[in-house]
Design a binder for this molecule. Structure first.
Ligand code: LCS
Length: 405
């Protein structure tokens, strides 16, 4: 059968209503375990001689529906669901890397990914290096005999630097390395790394895939064999599995992904221009800005420039924090991809675990703010942001109250 367009597959997928009493929306199998008809059937299921559910840590029909859906949306063979984006990151990396092996990581990844890589190096001797992945030579020069994986975020959280996926995949193939791409900032609607030859795609589904700020979840997609290996090892035995209700929420969230992403992108495209020309703003980083150094790459690699804008205010940490304290509608919160516009200060929030010198080396400055543009009226978002930027004197009382908490 001809494959339908992504917008249609987000809604329909291969959900078979006839198997579920015609229920328009998929049912939620909120159960921890599954009963066997007989002792022999239990034995056969555990032995793998008979397919069927056993226990929800090993598999659950609602979670399965989501796994199939994300695999389809990323054009991959199989999908896997996790309790969080970090459970996906950690389970995938642990399945790919052993002690004394080495992973090259794009410089400036999400703070907890950074923390996890440090942890497995310190405790288990899995080595890593953060490198700029700007050119084939830059990557090739860092590959060692024990290098097994290239791990990439693009755009990178929060600097919005892009990595040329085609180029990274070319280097990886030449050297027999696996490529893992964290596709959280794009969702499958804006970027599909497996179609370019990546081996594994990871999502913090907490973000655009869920889209409503009500679930913490992770997903991974890759080749059937690898996904089943993760399912049977680092997912099953470490146990970071997704709950059926969370899978149900994500199936529901995915139905509107394309509509939401279009609106996030449309709002961001209007907002960055206004932010860019404001006198209190030093710098704006937004992949849709023709002045953005990687504008051509963004056009080539991403369907649209996304819903995140990073900008730096005049001054430093104090000025950045004061600006946050002046906002009314825009919510000061980490996370991204929600209906609500969210803003956060990476240096003291999402990337606070990274030592200052390294953080600055990654381009995450004290005056940097990351705006996750929501679905509200863009005029209202700008009204709130501009009134905060326009304050002659910031609200000292509110700032002091926060500082003394
Ligand atoms: N990968 C990326 C690119 C992320 O941005 C995050 C979380 C994760 C993985 C981990 O996902 P989680 O376990 O939270 O579902 N990013 C966050 C952020 O930028 N603000 O708060 C969390």
């Amino acid at each position: 059968m001809e494959k339908k367009e992504l917008e249609t597959r987000l809604i329909h997928g291969d959900y078979d209503r006839e198997k579920h009493y015609g229920s328009l929306t998929p049912p939620m199998y909120q159960t921890s375990t599954f009963t066997f008809d007989s002792a022999e059937q239990g034995e056969a299921r555990f032995a793998g001689d008979e397919s069927g559910y056993i226990y929800s840590r090993l598999g659950n029909p609602t979670v399965d529906m989501l796994e199939k859906k994300i695999a389809d949306l990323e054009d991959g063979e199989a999908g896997l669901a996790f309790a969080s984006g970090m459970a996906a990151v950690s389970s995938v990396l642990l399945a790919l890397l052993k002690t004394k092996e080495h992973v090259l990581v794009s410089e400036g990844v999400y703070g907890c990914t950074y923390g996890f890589l440090q942890l497995i190096e310190d405790r288990y001797g899995v080595e890593h290096h953060f490198i700029s992945m700007d050119s084939e030579e830059a990557i090739q020069g860092q590959i060692r005999d024990n290098t097994k994986v290239l791990y990439v975020e693009t755009p990178i959280n929060p600097t919005m630097k892009l990595i040329d996926l085609e180029m990274v995949i070319r280097v990886a193939k030449k050297n027999g390395l696996k490529v893992v791409v964290d596709n959280t900032f794009c969702s499958p609607y804006l970027q599909q790394p497996l179609n370019l030859g990546a081996d594994v795609v990871i999502h913090s589904a907490t973000k655009y895939i869920g889209g409503h700020g009500d679930v913490i979840a992770g997903l991974a997609v890759g080749k059937e064999e690898f996904i089943q290996e993760v399912r049977g090892t680092t997912l099953k035995d470490i146990g970071g599995v997704m709950a059926p209700f969370d899978a149900w929420l994500l199936i529901r969230g995915l139905k509107t992904l394309s509509v939401r992403m279009d609106r996030h992108c449309e709002n961001a495209a209007k907002l960055y221009e206004k932010i860019k020309t404001h006198p209190k703003v030093k710098r704006v980083v937004y992949p849709g800005d023709p002045d953005f150094v990687q504008y051509d790459l963004a056009n080539k690699q991403m369907r649209q420039p996304g819903g995140l804008i990073t900008f730096e205010v005049e001054g430093g940490k104090v000025e950045a924090q004061k600006l946050l304290n002046q906002l009314n509608m825009i919510q000061v919160a980490v996370s991204l991809g929600d209906a609500e516009t969210l803003i956060q200060h990476p240096a003291t929030m999402t990337h606070a675990v990274i030592p200052e010198e390294k953080r600055l080396g990654m381009g995450i400055t004290d005056s940097m703010l990351r705006l996750s543009v929501g679905l509200e009226s863009v005029e209202d978002i700008w009204n709130d942001l501009s009134q905060a930027l326009n304050q002659e004197k910031y609200n000292v009382e509110k700032t002091l109250a926060t500082e003394t908490k």
